[in-house]
Structures are given as structure tokens and as C-alpha cells.
Design a protein around this ligand. Structure first.
Ligand code: UD1
Length: 418
């Protein structure tokens, strides 16, 4: 059923909210469970359509995966296939992360090429070139990828030309059980890479340096099962902070890792919000009128995350002054702008630069989400717009936000799914 979100904007938020587990950690860690035949228990897994799609792939491969609240229990002992059909691949671009694990577990993998997505072209040349250098024969025909390990997987010393998150993960996963030492330089440093390494090390892998630009993976013969808790989702935290900021509210986020937000909190402080942190709690207290944060350039971690660009842009629509956004990571990541303008924002785009001239009020309208973070930005804007906003394209939101309308309702927002 196609659902929409109906938001009656302008209400202040208040109270405390627990931040869900990270989507971008959960997906590769679920795939990584294929590297052991023992049971793995993953805590703090958000309920998301992308997580469900990953579970469907695991089940198709013959694995067992069961959820009890936010805990997922995975057992891959009965795995019997090494292919992923087109319809399952199409559901989620990031299923390319199964490439490395299938190769490591079965010595072969077959899946359709992920192709483009809502964010524009999503090449996987860095993944494929690294795997080829590891001795894997890869053919790309009729939109399909077929990979075979002819001899054995070879350890690799590779300097990535760009610190791609997915390529770093695929190389790590392929190398974990290969004989010898693999070294990745200019690796992605995102916290989700560190979380994946922590999970693998907990299973007996020998990975050091994850979270820094050089990652060293010493191959081990075997991995065993483990219990691991997924890190909190820093992008959901940034979205909730944006919602609080543009509604002049004070809210507390529970379960955050402050260091993961080091490029995000200064933007809110620049906008005039007071941020205080104690242990895993972060309180944001927003002023009556925000100041514009001036310049936001998306960069690989520890820079400002591209995934937070859209929700923070929604917050900047009502800030006093001009905010310049430069989107450096993805080509097509401004699809929310036309919709924000429908709500009364004043945003102009030229290539990868967007200029937001803050207005005093947004006014509710019918808007349509076209991608995950764009959907979140429209919800944030709807919360601070006067009157009713109806957001369609809710399926995108459900890819990354666990029962978001309930989370926001609990904070005092007038929002419901229809
Ligand atoms: C991951 C995240 C996504 C986030 C992105 C950047 C997951 C499931 N998704 O996506 O939410 O927005 O990191 O932080 O974790 N590139 C190439 N060739 C490649 C690989 C990437 O040119 O082989 C380019 C991409 O087109 C893009 C840039 O590198 O322009 C970043 O991509 P990458 O870091 O790989 O992002 P993902 O792993 O796809």
C-alpha cells in the first residue's frame, strides 16, 4: 500500500529520544555473517526496508535470519547458493557488498550489476579492479557479474584513488580469510568501516587500522560466531538535530557517539544552537531564529557527510542569511530542492553548488520524496512549515528511518501516516 505522511507543522518538539542503530553498519555486517558458519547475534539493528532486503538475500542463499525486536540472529551454516537474482539486487544498490563475502565463502559469485540509482550513476570500478588484483576472474556480460576464484585469493596492497566506503568494505571482506596480509591505503575512514572491522575482529579476524586511512588485514583460516552491537546512526542523529533546530526546540538524543558527529555539531552551533553532551547523550537547544551556517561542503569522513546534506539543508531554509552547500560526493543529490522550494524555501542550484537564502516561514504543501535523505529533508521542512504538509514517497524514508513518525510523535510532532 502506498502511504503518505501528513504533518501539521509549527509545533515545538521536546523530550528525549533513543537514536536507532546505523543502517550503513547493519547492512555490511549482515552480509559479513556469511564468513562464519557459526551463529551471529546482532543487537541494535534498526527495522528498515533495506535491512529486510538484506535478510531476504541471506534467506535466498539458504541462511537463517530471525529478528527479536532489535536483535537479529543469523546462521549461515546451511548456505547453498552463491548467486543473487536480479529482483533482489535491484531492491538495494548496496547489495554489491555481498560480492566480497560470496567470493570469500564460495570461491564464486553471480549477481546483476547494481547500475544507477536515485543518486545518479553508482560505478563499482574500484571494487572490481581491487578484486581482479586479488586474482578473481570477473566477467561482466548482459548486465551480470560473474566472479570465480581460479587459484586462490591473493593478498593485496592497494591505494584507493578515492576512499570509497563500499570498495573498502568489499576488499576487507574478501581479504579477511585469504592467506597473507592485505593493506588498503586511502581507505574510507567512516565509523561504519570501524564497526565492520570490530564485528569481524570479534569473530576472530585480524584487522587493524580501521577508522584510519591505512587498514591492515592479516588473513585468518576461520572465523567463529559472535555477538555484536551495531553503532548508533549518525545520520539519523543529524536529522533529529535538524528537526529540533528548525522548530526552535530542545531535545535530547540518547545513545550517540559524540566523535561520530564532529563535523555535524559545529554546523548547528554556527546556526546558534546550544549543544551539550554527557556520555552518550546529546542535548540540542535551538534559538528562536537560526543563523545560516554559511558553508557546508560534503566530504568523506571525517568531513561533513553527504547523507546529512539534505536534512541539514531543510534546517537552513529558515535560517537568517545565505548558506552555500557544495555536494562533492554524489552527482544527483539535490532532488529535494524543488520540493523544498514548493514549501516556500528560496534555493538555487548550479551544478554541485546550492544557495539557500533563508526565509522567515515555510508553508505546508504536497511534496514528493525521490530518495532516502531527500525524504528526511521534506519531513524536517514539514515540521517547521506553517499548516499541513503531505509527503509522498514514504517508501524511501522507510529504507533508512525506523518508525520515524512514531519517533517524532513521541517528541511532540503532529505527524501521522495515512
Ligand atoms: C556509502 C553509504 C552511503 C553514503 C556513501 C558516502 C552504505 C550502504 N551507503 O555508499 O549512504 O552516502 O557511502 O559516504 O554504506 N565511486 C566510484 N567507483 C567505485 C565506488 C564509488 O567512482 O567503485 C564513487 C561514487 O560514485 C561516489 C563516491 O565514489 O561518487 C562515493 O561512493 P562510496 O563511498 O563508494 O559510497 P557507497 O559505498 O556506495
Amino acid at each position: 500500500m502506498v502511504s503518505k505522511l501528513l504533518i501539521n507543522g509549527g509545533r515545538k518538539l521536546g523530550g528525549e529520544v533513543k537514536v536507532q542503530g546505523s543502517k550503513n553498519s547493519t547492512l555490511p555486517i549482515l552480509a559479513a555473517t556469511l564468513l562464519t558458519e557459526d551463529e551471529c547475534v546482532l543487537y541494535n539493528c534498526p527495522k528498515l526496508s533495506d535491512v529486510d532486503a538484506t535478510i531476504r538475500i541471506l534467506r535466498y542463499l539458504g541462511c537463517r535470519a530471525n529478528r527479536v525486536d532489535s536483535t537479529l540472529i543469523v546462521n549461515t551454516q546451511d548456505m547453498k547458493r552463491s548467486d543473487i537474482p536480479h529482483d533482489l539486487m535491484r531492491e538495494m544498490r548496496s547489495s554489491i557488498i555481498f560480492l566480497g563475502v560470496l567470493i570469500a565463502r564460495c570461491g564464486r559469485a553471480k549477481m546483476s550489476l547494481p547500475g544507477g540509482c536515485e543518486l545518479g550513476p553508482r560505478p563499482i570500478d574500484l571494487h572490481l579492479s581491487a578484486l581482479r588484483q586479488m586474482g578473481i576472474e570477473i566477467s561482466e556480460e548482459h548486465g551480470e557479474l560473474e566472479c570465480v576464484v581460479n587459484d586462490s585469493i591473493k593478498p593485496l596492497k592497494i591505494a584507493l584513488s578515492f576512499p570509497s566506503v563500499g570498495a573498502t568494505e568489499n576488499i576487507m571482506l574478501t581479504a579477511v580469510k585469504c592467506k597473507g596480509t592485505t593493506i588498503i591505503t586511502n581507505a574510507a575512514k567512516e565509523p561504519e568501516i570501524e564497526d565492520l572491522a570490530d564485528f569481524l575482529n570479534c569473530c576472530g579476524a585480524k584487522i587493524s587500522g580501521a577508522g584510519d586511512s591505512t587498514i591492515v588485514i592479516e588473513g585468518v583460516d576461520k572465523l567463529h560466531g559472535c555477538a555484536h552491537s551495531i553503532i548508533p546512526d549518525r545520520i539519523v542523529a543529524a536529522t533529529l538535530m535538524s528537526a529540533a533546530a528548525c522548530t526552535s526546540s530542545k531535545i535530547t538524543l540518547d545513545g550517540v557517539i559524540q566523535s561520530h558527529l564532529s563535523a555535524i555539531t559545529p554546523i548547528f552551533e554556527e546556526a546558534g544552537c546550544e549543544i551539550s553532551c554527557k556520555d552518550s547523550k546529546l542535548t540540542i537547544d535551538a534559538p528562536y531564529r537560526l543563523r545560516s551556517p554559511k558553508l557546508i561542503r560534503t566530504m568523506p569522513y571525517p568531513g561533513f557527510p553527504t547523507d546529512a546534506q539534505a536534512p541539514v539543508m531543510a534546517m537552513s531554509c529558515k535560517s537568517h542569511g545565505l548558506t552555500v552547500f557544495v555536494e562533492n560526493i554524489f552527482e544527483s543529490r539535490y532532488k529535494h530542492i524543488d520540493e523544498l522550494n514548493r514549501l516556500g524555501a528560496n534555493i538555487k542550484v548550479e551544478g554541485k553548488v546550492a544557495l539557500v537564502d533563508g526565509v522567515r516561514h515555510l508553508s505546508g504543501a504536497n511534496v514528493r520524496a525521490l530518495d532516502l535523505r531527500g525524504a528526511a529533508s521534506l519531513v524536517v521542512a514539514g515540521l517547521c512549515a506553517q499548516g499541513n504538509t503531505q509527503v509522498s514517497g514514504v517508501k524511501y524514508l522507510e529504507r533508512g528511518y525506523d518508525e520515524f513518525e512514531a519517533v517524532l510523535s513521541n517528541l511532540g510532532a503532529d505527524i501521522k501516516k495515512i
